[in-house]
Design a binder for this molecule. Structure first.
Ligand code: FAD
Length: 434
């Protein structure tokens, strides 16, 4: 048994961790382990979706082999424990890049499928699942299912975004996108109101593949939110680049370093550094896509109590008033985060029955865990999302009420028969009892 935390570090419960290292033996090992078990990738989910306190975790990082790569078509096949960083390290020098990347490259391919992760290009490329040709799923009854958009499509729709509950994904075959090199042409604009944010988002869709905005949580009390809108496209330059350096947070401070004062100071400084007009620049892909990866173990700055991440999406028809209500609820609490992200999603229908994105706007914020005060704020935010017809992202969640899951994910009942009875997570027990 070993203590395991997810990225939010809200708990450190003992788990019976079974390290898988070869696909041929994996079926036997999951069928023979004490139920319920749960697949575990690289623990980059923030809440309890990847946890199974007191139970078994099948750790997949040892399933790390590349099986095929066609550098003419960009189709790659690998085991599920390969990280997106490893995919990029292999593919980029050959002119290919993942079609969708989340805000960290330290996720496994299996984890990217099970949460059907999205990136800054949802309006162009949808989610990770949109680019999968097929995957292999092992079930605890010993069966093996190969599925994809054209083969066993309902198993595919249940497993993409299926939160690890349909079985253990062992192999994935997916398409990359061509790129010239490691560079991104970027543009940034300061905005001083939500209306300006929506106008910038709308105007950028045609010209920019990647868009995302940061909002200043330190000034929410004074009315309209201000922030910085970032846009990017892969550059035509083939020039090679030195690998940007990384640093590590050396220890967990005894108290959170994120508090009202530091949050206001950081946000004010960040805004001032970025506000000057419209700036064009060329950036390496790492600081553009994965700015937080430059500081390894940055999650420690929230101290021993850890932190919650709140990420919701609200539908397009309600997006403006709903985002405003969310920000207005956060402002008087004095809680708020260094990195608050706002982004619009397109109306592209998701692949998975439980995929998170919907046409509308997503808002993501970190909150240091201050106990009941933080949970009370999170419940107020959940009520606003529910009333607006939105939903929360399970990859980030540790607190949503069961009603919000069922309202937000109307396909949950359709998904239920595809669950593997030998698999459960802390999240599924918290929300649906098993
Ligand atoms: C800094 C940071 C930025 C992020 N930015 C984004 C973002 O922009 N967009 C976004 O969508 N997400 C984002 N995330 C969340 C992250 O992409 C997801 O939580 C991702 O699923 C984590 O992958 P993992 O390999 O660590 O899986 P884990 O967190 O270990 O597991 C996630 C889920 O996948 C299941 N799972 C893992 N491996 C398998 C497998 N082989 N078979 C079946 N099920 C499996 C687990 O049971 C669990 O339900 C971010 C996370 C961090 C830390």
């Amino acid at each position: 048994m070993r203590p395991v935390s997810s990225w939010g570090r809200l708990s450190r419960d003992l788990h019976d961790v079974i390290d898988l290292d070869d696909v041929s033996g994996a079926g036997r090992r999951i069928a023979g382990s004490r139920p319920p078990g749960l697949p575990f990738g690289n623990g980059r989910s923030y809440g309890d979706v990847c946890l199974n306190a007191g139970g078994v975790l099948w750790a997949t990082r040892g399933l790390d082999r590349f099986l095929a790569f066609d550098d003419k078509t960009g189709v790659i096949e690998c085991e599920a424990g390969v990280t997106l960083k490893e995919v990029i390290d292999l593919a980029l020098p050959r002119g290919w890049f993942p079609a969708v990347v989340p805000g960290t490259q330290w996720v496994t391919v299996g984890g990217a499928v099970a949460n059907d992760v999205h990136g800054k290009n949802h309006h162009r490329n949808g989610c990770f699942g949109d680019h999968i040709e097929s995957l292999t799923l092992l079930r605890t009854d010993g069966s093996r299912i190969v599925c994809g958009p054209g083969v066993e499509p309902e198993w595919f729709r249940a497993t993409v975004g299926g939160l690890g509950l349909t079985g253990l994904i062992v192999q994935v075959r997916f398409r990359l996108r061509p790129v010239a090199g490691p560079w991104i042409e970027c543009e940034r604009h300061a905005f001083q109101s939500l209306d300006q944010f929506f106008a910038l988002s709308e105007a950028s869709i045609g010209d920019w593949e990647y868009t995302v905005s940061w909002i200043d949580c330190g000034t929410l009390r004074s009315g309209e939110p201000r922030g910085i809108f970032f846009a990017g496209n892969h550059a035509a330059s083939r020039a090679q680049a030195p690998t940007p350096p990384t640093r590590r947070v050396p220890l967990t401070p005894p108290v959170p370093l994120v508090n009202r004062l530091s949050m206001r100071a950081f946000n004010g400084l960040y805004y001032r550094l970025n506000q000057a007009g419209t700036e064009r620049s060329t950036k390496h892909y790492r600081p553009f896509f994965f700015p937080l990866d430059a500081l390894l173990e940055w999650n420690r700055i929230y101290g021993p109590g850890g932190f919650y991440q709140f990420q919701c999406v609200v539908p397009k028809v309600n997006q403006e008033p709903a985002v405003r209500q969310l920000l207005e609820a956060i402002a008087p609490s004095g809680q708020g985060s260094f990195l608050s992200v706002l982004k619009t999603f397109s109306d592209r229908p998701p692949v998975g029955m439980l995929s998170f994105p919907m046409a509308g706007t997503t808002l993501a914020l970190d909150f240091p865990n201050l106990g009941p005060a933080t949970l009370a704020l999170l419940q107020r935010l959940c009520a606003i999302v529910d009333a607006a017809g939105g939903r929360l992202y399970p990859a980030k969640d540790a607190f949503m009420p069961a009603d919000l899951l069922l309202h937000g994910y109307p396909e949950w009942q359709r998904f239920a028969p595809y669950r593997d009875p030998g698999i459960s997570s802390q999240m599924s027990r918290r929300l649906v009892g098993h």
